[in-house]
Design a protein around this ligand. Structure first.
Ligand code: ZN
Length: 284
């Protein structure tokens, strides 16, 4: 992990989402975690060297953010939707998927039980640990259950997957209009340093680029819809976005699948735009 500020360490180079570790005067707080159990055990050893872990905060419902909760005996905190999604996860399927990430993983997943968030919020929540303040703010976009985690004293915000910095953006269940609103809200947050869900740490200048890429994606699929293509035809033929950004760590080869999922979701979005507030001036 690398030292980002006086009390924040971040990891952006492992498979799965980024994660951060905040050292307070009364123990440590982990924000998201590694996807692979073997990476999680290395993180656990590092945490044990540094102090006592108090809480985990998950920024969103996708497995790359919460799979590691299971390896820590502390309460997790997240949006209520994250908890329901974890409780609704087909664990056999999840364990099989994560087990495929490497030869050491299946053994570490024996008896796997997710440590689903015991503490949940809907709109906002503030957690005080030692002298640190963690403000969690619900900002749907990439999924309906994203939260930004602002570490006030450090000037750092963990944005969740509402930001993919310089790596390909997954829009498989995105609501683009809400996502653009979330980017506006991030712009207004006092903290200046952004830890994205994926890719390197950035600052607010990247918000513009993320916004432009979301708009470009929607317009690209809208183009197919406007030409009268069916959903299947869109999914089959709209493949040109693949090379705009590289895939994140160990996702090589995933690009065609992500393309198809993004197109399928955006087709639904564009053709049912009326229920997505797209006509209300949020998205053109
Ligand atoms: Zn995600």
């Amino acid at each position: 992990m690398r030292q980002l500020t006086a009390n924040v360490l971040v990891e952006t180079g492992l498979r799965g989402s980024n994660h951060g570790l905040v050292t307070t005067s009364d123990g440590l707080v982990l924000i998201d975690g590694p996807f692979k159990p073997s990476d999680t055990l290395r993180l656990k050893a590092e945490i044990e060297r540094r102090g006592r872990l108090r809480y985990i905060i998950n920024t969103e419902p996708h497995g790359d953010h919460w799979t590691s909760n299971a390896f820590f005996d502390v309460p997790a905190i997240a949006h209520a939707g994250v908890r329901s999604r974890i409780l609704g996860t087909d664990l056999a399927e999840h364990v099989a998927r994560v087990g495929s990430f490497g030869p050491d993983e299946p053994k570490l997943l024996e008896g796997y039980r997710p440590n689903a968030p015991a503490i949940t919020f809907e709109d906002e929540m503030t957690l005080h640990v030692g002298h640190h303040t963690f403000r969690m703010v619900h900002m749907s976009g990439h999924t309906p259950y994203q939260a930004a985690v602002i570490v006030e004293e450090e000037g750092v915000v963990f944005t969740s997957d509402n930001i993919f910095c310089k790596v390909h953006t997954w829009l498989q269940e995105a609501d683009p209009a809400r996502w653009l609103q979330a980017l506006d809200r991030l712009r207004r947050v006092g903290a200046q340093t952004l830890v994205p869900g994926h890719g390197p740490v950035c600052d607010k200048s990247y918000l513009k680029e993320q916004e432009a890429f979301i708009r470009e994606w929607v317009d690209y699929v809208r183009g197919g819809v406007d030409r009268g293509l069916t959903k299947d035809q869109c999914v089959e033929t709209l493949t040109a976005m693949t090379d705009r950004y590289p895939m994140d760590v160990e996702q090589e080869g995933y690009a065609p699948r992500v393309m198809r999922m993004n197109v399928a979701n955006l087709y639904d979005y564009v053709t049912r735009a009326g229920i997505h507030e797209a006509g209300k001036g949020v998205y053109r």
